[in-house]
Design a protein around this ligand. Sequence first.
Ligand SMILES: [Zn+2]
Ligand SMILES: [Zn+2]
Ligand SMILES: [Zn+2]
Ligand SMILES: [Zn+2]
Ligand SMILES: [Zn+2]
Ligand SMILES: [Zn+2]
Ligand SMILES: [Zn+2]
Length: 1657
Amino acid sequence: TRTHLPRWLAAADLQQEIYHHLAAYVPRILCVGPSGGSSREEQREELACQLLLLAPLEWLLLGAEPAAGLAALQENNTPSPLCGHVFKVGEPTYSCRECAADPTCVLCMQCFLGSVHKEHRYRMTTSGGGGFCDCGDAEAWKKGPYCHKHTPTSSSRDSEEDPVALLPADMVSRSSSIFSVLLRYAVAMLTWEQEDQLPAGLEPPDRGDSYYCMLFNDEVHTYEQVIYTLQKAVNCSQKEAVSFATTVDRDGRKSVRYGDFQFCDQAKSVIVRNTSRQSKPLRVHVMHSSVVAHQCFALKALSWLGQIIQYSDGLRRILCQVGLQKEEGEYSSLVDKLMLNDSKMWKGARNIYHQLLMNSLLMDLKYKKIFAIQFAKNYRRLQTDFMEDDHERVVSVTSLSVQLFTVPTMARMLMVEEDLMTTIIRTFVDHLRHRDLQGRFQFDRYTAQQAFKFGRVQSLIGDLKYVLISRPSEWSDQLRVKFLEGLDAFLELLKCMQGMDPVVRQVGQHIEMEPEWEAAFTMQMKLTHIISMIQEWCSSDERVLIEAYRKCLSALSVCHSGLPDGEQPISLSLAGHCVETFRYQVSQDKVSIHLPVCRLLAGLHVLLSRTDVANRFPEQLPLGELSPPLLIELPLRCLVLCAQVHAGMWRRNGFSLINQIYYYHNVKCRVEMFDKDIIMLQAGASMMDPNHFLMIVLSRFELFHIFSSADCRKRYSEANKDVIQQNNTLIEEMLHLIIMVVGERYVSGVGQVEAFDEVRREIIHQLSIRPMAHSELVKALPENGNKETGLERVIDTVASFKSPGVTGRGLYELRPEWNRHFNLYFHHYSRADQSKAEEAQRKLRRQNGENTGKHTPVPLPPPPPPPLCPLFGSLVNLLQCDVLLAVEGAVLQWAVEPSGGGWTESMLQRVLHLVGVALLEEQQQLENSSGDDDVTFNYTCKITRPGEAPSTSGSVLALLESLQNAPHLEVHKDMITWILKLVANIKTMRERTPSTSSITVCQGQRPEETVRDKDKAERKRKAEMARLRREKIMAQMSEMQKHFINENKELFQQSLEELEASTSAAADSRLISHAGFTADGRPSAERRQLVTCILCQEEQEVRGHGRAMVLAAFVQRSTVLSKNRRRNLPDPEHHDPVFMHPDLSLGIYTASCGHIMHATCWQRYFEAVQLKEQRRQQRLRGHTSYDVENGEFLCPLCECLSNTVIPLLPHTHSPHHRYTHTHTHTHTLPSPQPAVPEGFRVDFTPPNPFSSSVSEMITTFSMATYKVGLKLNPNETDPRVPVLSWSTCAFTIQSIERLLMDEEKPLFGSLPCRQVRVCFSLQVYSVMSYGSVHSLDQSGRRAVDSAHLHLLHLVTVAHLVQILLTSTTEEVCMDHDGGESEEEELTCQLYNTLRKHLGSVLPEVTSGWQLFRCVKAGVLPFLRAAALFFHYLNSTAPPADLLVSGPGQWEALLSFLSLPSNLLQLYHGQHTLLEWCCHPGVRQTLQGGGVLVKFPRESNRLIELPEDYSVLINQASSFTCPRSGGDKSRAPTLCLVCGCMLCSQSYCCQTELDGEDVGACTAHTSTCGAGLGLFLRVRESQVLFVAGKTKGCFYPPPYLDDYGETDQGLKRGNPLHLCAERYRKIQRLWRQHGIAEVIGHAQEANQTLVAIDWQHL
Ligand SMILES: [Zn+2]
Ligand SMILES: [Zn+2]
Ligand SMILES: [Zn+2]
Ligand SMILES: [Zn+2]
Ligand SMILES: [Zn+2]
Ligand SMILES: [Zn+2]
Ligand SMILES: [Zn+2]
């Protein structure tokens, strides 16, 4: 390889030399022919590339052996402190919510862990790929910009110093020319568009007829379409086609055929033909192989450059220089050429050069600036290219904007020098070409393609947001100029939006087509933050603010130019006041909800007030030009529209209008919509005569005629009931609007409050509805551009946190002292919120009144309003103006008589609220004034005036006094009393000159009586409500076929408890006991069991010969106890279930909800279920959560998933039988379970103790265990059928024993009754069936009868031997004082005997104590299981020691089981065991021939999870798909049982299972969990349960944030930590075999879960 060097070094034209070399080698190395995919070939290619192509370049560059040269380079490098780690897809990123300049500033995990932000409030997200770590960028962080690793040291380079100066001069020149040649080459190749030719100098020496048929990615065709087409076109298998499609999707292109031109062209035409029918065809090129080869190498060259510059900042800068060097011709530099051809390149090429840009230009501060300027210069064209392109934005060069524009100094520089703000806005406007006649945007009749483009255009708003996200702390004159220019452009944009999508009320017919509304709202929503940011910029500079205000105003006057429409003004007069306005009716004319220009002006107007600019520079402001009636006109129309919609006047306009109104108020939009409209009304009202303002409001609400008529104080009468109702609602809405206009002062600038108060008030009102979780509060508050709500700063001042339990989430509760700030007419309440809050508050206050014994008033008076800012100061006059008093007077007058529809309670309530606000205002003014004189507000005086002509009845005060005792206004009495009290107080205050102390109203005691009456009425009302509710429920119940639940639930519950009691301990009156004693003298009872069928409610005795009773049961395969997950599941055809392998790798578990039915009732029920399913299938509608074809059904009472029934059998006296001695030589160790005698196969027919119906049910159950356990079709003749019921009995008992042990519960008395019942039935059943093949003998009566005892002895000894053979034999040298006990000696003896037989396989053990300890521990689970078994078999009362957990168990067990107190004595009778031990299999196993199971078997746990969730994310981000060679997995999923990471929900990892393609989870589940799986989907932070192929559900993950909430989908990004309690809960669920049931219930509750294709996960 070095042979070229001298020539290259000497070459006059290095490019020519290198090109020559590449022309010769590249096609040979990278032209690999047809497959090109095998990893072998890839390696060969890689190696050849490195050796023949790259190494020579490295030699040339370094002038030394590459490895050494690079090491030296790195050593001499002084790196910049930037981390620059480029994020992989799915990698965790961290942002500090306290210190990050904006949310796009992120850290990689390493940097984060080494930073100060670890201790701050941070946000964690997963990267979508691209972007890099901002550690070390001082501008990105307000504090702590460096982590430990990247903290600059004394030796690090000054950022101003040129790193190139540190390199040797010859290297500088060499690298410069090499980089130049190589970059030029790569750029030329990547932007090369000819398919058959190469650039000059690269033509191959021998050009053959070899071509590739290259398929390109597009976002139009689906995976399935591509796969299908490929199979047809290039004749490949489905699997190959999938692989092609995957690569095309990932890399953007893939050759699908290799051969001569014709061969490839043929494939091309098939593909084009096949895909051109539905849409534009797939892009296919037939390319000469040498072109493809050079393009491949170009990518490698770029990657190589990216790697080399990592070694040296100097080289990096040289590469930057080369890339941005000015060029002659079409493109000003190489980088320019790349950028401007971006949209033409395939995905893979883009990714690689973007990566290089990030590694080079973006890492060098000097060149980052130069690049940013180039980027800004090209901005418009790049965006235009992007609009035409159909690739996602992440693979577009435009997505680099975030790296450039979010650096504040850079953004400002680009704004000043490159007009960036204006450019972005203009580009945006230009791309939305559809306008109406007035020049407004028009989205109606958007085609799909235009809609797609509209989606793309929105990314421009994102760029604008980056530019504006941090407002300047200092302004230069230039910046002012450019910002205001940008504002001009922005106002042009807003003008195009002002009045968009106008609506006209539809009368007569319903609208035919819902008009388009979403596009306009999307735009508004996206612009919300921009509008807010522009206001923030304005607020930071007085000159800018003044100028912006002027500009906005003049823009608005343009919009207003058409307003009066040249109509004759009309004149309105009311209460002695007169105003001129023009004719306009919302209900008849056009109205639009989009008024961004007005709203921006409203925002700026508030800023004038907040910054006090209005006060200081009034002469500079065009306030005189303002026409308040014009200012309020459009917002008022909009609010009237909402009111009319509420009043039902716009019903015929359809949902699109409803949706618009919804979003107008929604938290995502309201800040720059509804809120600003209210502010504009406030601004207008404060500049107008309040009477005029109100008259205009009345007129726009179309209510003026009601209040202006001469007899308005008489109940107004309209003939039409609908009109009356409509008008009532409108009056309510109008009053509400007035309340908001005078009362909403929590905006800094309107009222004298801070942002803090505003947020606090929002929170108080949210929490007044009910306690809420953190995330709910966050959702209810508007986010700013930094995604912050300010919640955290405030929340702890007003609320207390209640942490969650094992379920649910943490909640914030409002502290009681904040209740008095509650305002029923809070402007952000929806109607539903309002009524919920009202109810909650009334209840709370009533309770408080009762608790303290004091009678605090129940009314909900308005809270004291904060003072207004001077600019809005005259707003208060609204409260005492004549028109409002007239309105109040009218409503109060109406209320004198009971409502007959002429007025409403809400109306009255609102008027009372307004009166209250006015009084509070007056009280406050009095309190704060120094003397009576400066109080201009005198409401108390005005309300004593009688109504003026024409309505001449009583004064407002007089009316209130008369209403106080009106019987029909009982509900409002408290409020009226409160008001009158306040009036009295104020009078006292006024009389007492300069008020000394404030008097609060709320302390007055009211007569006991009224309170009591009230309570009584309330109680009565409640009782009535309760009765109605009960009746309703009853009616529903009876409909639901389940009427018996209600009636019999108690009874039913009772019988359950009784059964439990009977089976565990105490005697029961319902059980008729016959005399009988166990061998050791304890009485045992022969009982009659009475049970009730849940279906027919009949009581029935359980008898062998009676009608069969059955339990709904669910049989499932289980690997929960498995000690060997690697063992393959047994082959069903040949599996022998008699012996359970000690590793318990597969068991059959039986569970039941414990609900009892007649067998016949159940059969009828199940037939009905089947019939229903058939009908459903015919109709192909809906889904079921259970698989009827496989015998599944839901328990008719509790809807628990079941797949069979267990017959209930009577308790029996213990069967005593002839003992047939059995022993077998086995290939495995003897099982600890009772060995099944060969008697099963004995030709023997005993008298059947059961009726035919019971026998039938026994068969049903056996067949179910057979079918589920072996996964075979039922075959009644298979001799294994009865054995399987034994097997499930044994396994179920063992599981239960383990569970009790793990949860440290006593062996008896702690089982939930349903489990007791299952155990009981299983035991009885299995023994009965066992007994049934032997003759029954009626003699013995003990816990364990003699025959059983013999078996028990045998098995126990076998198990002892098993334990001794497998026990851990590392001796712990513990001093054990005292001599050896008898047991220990015997243990030693036995062990030594075993050693004699087995020889050296067993190590020598001397300590009998140690051995005996092992034995005791090892045999305990078996004894416990045996005790359970015999207890349920014979229902012998257990000894007291076993009813509690703790010591004494051992002795109690031995005596209960009639075993000798020295267990080892048993061994004496069982010498045959030694023969078993001599079996060669035993020796082989012990010598390491298999997995040794040690006793006691430790219970399995779910895998350990890390405390910090981001550890998991990190782990998953480095996980690659095991099938597609190092690709990132899209949905990495962790098996919680074995810890396996899987590539789920993806084509690449589908496998075939029983002839069907299934995803990785389902495939894994079939082996790891025998069909049942528990997973954690890492990217989603979600637990997934799957059962079989068709069932599954999601479950909350055991990770919680600091607010006690899970984050499913990882949307919020709060740090998540493991909640051990919740994880234990999942583990318990798993151990209890409860997963299938959880899935069943989840699917029943949520039908959409049934439709999910779980098998594809
Ligand atoms: Zn980093
Ligand atoms: Zn760092
Ligand atoms: Zn921080
Ligand atoms: Zn029944
Ligand atoms: Zn049930
Ligand atoms: Zn697993
Ligand atoms: Zn995969």
